[in-house]
Design a protein around this ligand. Structure first.
Ligand SMILES: [Zn+2]
Ligand SMILES: [Zn+2]
Length: 402
């Protein structure tokens, strides 16, 4: 099959899916209308699926041929489907009418995967093995990948390799219609914490009668930053951010407690563990030294996103057949300390996640992902579908693997 031509031919349909989905973004794991829309499209293509996985997740299966030994490999391709609680201000004719917004491009991801599904179903006699289409809710929170895995999304048949993409408009090196790809670590882990610094309230004029959690907090905040700057390797990217701090009621009273919330971002698992331990030790030392106490609630969020080297080489070659090698930007270092829950799939199964460049160069001003004015160029969507299809054929039809 001529993949480029075939994908280009269904471009209008891919854009129609995207625009339809764009009108009614839903949040978290609860995406009833979106899931219904995807299921209708799958029904039309005669592709069987299971739904209700992690609430609104859908896993569809396209079965190709068996090889001589009767064995089948299975490739999983994932698209996230959820929007954000942002009121859209793009002025697009197909703007959302429900106060939520597809401000991250997940409407595009879902449409791209539907486009790939259509072509793969049509050509199911032309490849060996299976393609599993994983439509995932909750990427923006609380996380849909992990519960989908727990509900066996990667089993029956077992997925051997995973593939996924994210539309990107912010990385300058990724041209419109090109891709950004990393043969290794690409995005950070994203943990979060709530830290309570406990003292003893007293009159502001009589600090000796209480224990001041405000001055303890000041020490703690400065000290925590030295974990990254003095205790982890300068070459490793790590971030500790305290984004929220609350406490006190009156200018002349020392409060009982200060509450802080923050996030820890790391690329290496070793650093993630180390920072967590050192945070606890440091906070303990400072609080005890200053007669206070603390309570730290630390939650492991999305793990770091790490691509498999060999499989990513294959995806690189497949993508080059569609868009040309000059449109492929190889990401040498992790590009963002942002998290992405595709990482859970990639912890379970080797695979590749890449960015699809979709900056709309015609816009007067560019707005980043999660902005109420965020717009991407939907003219690249069919290329995403074509890369998925080409990658599927190259992976499944290679008898030796790759
Ligand atoms: Zn997002
Ligand atoms: Zn996103």
């Amino acid at each position: 099959m001529k993949i480029i031509e075939e994908a280009k031919k269904i471009e209008e349909e891919i854009i129609r899916w995207r625009r339809d989905l764009h009108k009614f973004p839903e949040l978290g794991l609860d995406l009833p209308k979106t899931a219904h829309y995807v299921m209708e499209a799958l029904n039309e293509m005669n592709i069987p699926y299971n739904n209700g996985i992690a609430q609104s997740g859908i896993v569809a299966l396209i079965e190709g041929k068996k090889n001589e030994k009767g064995k089948k490999k299975t490739l999983g391709i994932r698209a996230d489907m959820d929007g954000l609680p942002i009121k859209e201000k793009t002025g697009l004719s197909f703007s959302s009418d429900n106060n939520n917004m597809h401000a991250c491009g997940h409407d595009g991801h879902t449409a791209i995967l539907l486009g790939a599904a259509k072509l793969l179903k049509k050509h199911e006699k032309e490849f060996y093995g299976n393609v599993k289409l994983i439509f995932q809710p909750g990427e923006e929170g609380p996380g849909g990948a992990k519960p989908m895995i727990e509900e066996q999304a990667l089993e029956n048949p077992r997925v051997d390799r995973m593939l996924g993409l994210h539309i990107n408009t912010v990385i300058d090196e990724i041209p419109n219609g090109g891709i950004g790809i990393a043969k290794g670590p690409m995005m950070a882990s994203a943990d979060w914490f709530t830290l309570r610094i406990q003292g003893k309230g007293s009159h502001g004029a009589a600090p000796h009668a209480g224990v001041d959690p405000v001055t303890i907090t000041a020490q703690v905040i400065s000290a925590l930053q030295t974990i990254v700057s003095r205790e982890t390797k300068p070459m490793n990217a790590n971030v500790i951010t305290i984004g929220k701090i609350n406490g006190g009621e009156a200018f002349n009273a020392i409060p009982d407690e200060i509450v802080m919330e923050g996030t820890v971002r790391t690329i290496e698992k070793k650093d993630q563990k180390f920072i967590r331990t050192r945070m606890e030790e440091m906070i303990h030392g400072i609080c005890k030294g200053m007669r206070g106490d603390f309570h730290l609630e630390y939650t492991d969020g999305y793990p770091a996103l790490v691509n498999d080297y060999d499989f990513t080489e294959l995806i690189h070659r497949s993508a080059a057949k569609i868009i040309g090698d000059d449109k492929i930007h190889e990401i040498k270092k992790p590009v963002t300390m942002g998290g992405e829950d595709m990482a859970f799939f990639l912890e379970e199964v080797p695979g590749t996640y890449f960015f699809l460049g979709a900056r709309d160069e015609g816009l007067e001003e560019q707005y980043p992902h999660h902005n109420a004015r965020y717009i991407f160029d939907e003219g690249v969507l069919w290329k995403g579908s074509a890369i998925f299809v080409q990658s599927t054929l190259d992976y499944l039809n290679n008898p030796k693997g790759y």
